[in-house]
Design a protein around this ligand. Structure first.
Ligand code: HEC
Length: 122
């Protein structure tokens, strides 16, 4: 507990994990990017890697809503592996006519974290 504002306490206050907590955190990350706890890491990353220029967590923008992506691939064998490749390579024809450009600025590790975050939004 050397941090001045303890992220663990903030986390349990946000609803002790679970869907409610995740949604709270995702919302909080968009509204106040300042001191968000570890679970909002994905949201921060999505912002800093410019994903949010084309995607919104819960509504369609240029690309599909991340909640729709999570919904579609939830029952896939290894959705994190699939999506992390998909994120770095971009692609077309899965959601509409607009293609997603490749994202070479995103490392493999970051792509996995983004994929995990997206899948958590369901
Ligand atoms: C220039 C706009 C743009 C940017 C920037 C962008 N996307 Fe996309 N994204 C799209 C579009 C358009 C699609 C739909 C492509 C299709 O129909 O296959 C898409 C699809 C996706 C999908 C679904 C892929 C699938 O296999 O179904 C994921 C996941 C995704 N984007 C994540 C990201 C992440 C994470 C970032 C940031 C690193 C990002 N996108 C940046 C436009 C964008």
């Amino acid at each position: 507990m050397r941090l001045t504002s303890d992220p663990r306490r903030a986390l349990s206050r946000a609803g002790a994990g679970g869907v409610f907590g995740v949604m709270m955190l995702a919302g909080a990350a968009l509204a106040a990017p300042a001191s968000v706890p570890a679970d909002a890491d994905g949201a921060q990353l999505a912002k800093s890697r410019i994903c949010l220029g084309c995607h919104q967590p819960a509504s369609k923008l240029v690309g599909p809503a991340f909640t729709s992506v999570a919904e579609r691939y939830a029952s896939m064998g290894d959705p994190v592996a699939y999506l992390s490749v998909s994120i770095r390579q971009g692609g077309r024809g899965r959601w509409g006519v607009v293609p997603m450009p490749a994202q070479p600025q995103v490392s493999e590790d970051e792509a996995r974290r983004l994929a995990q975050w997206i899948l958590s939004l369901r």
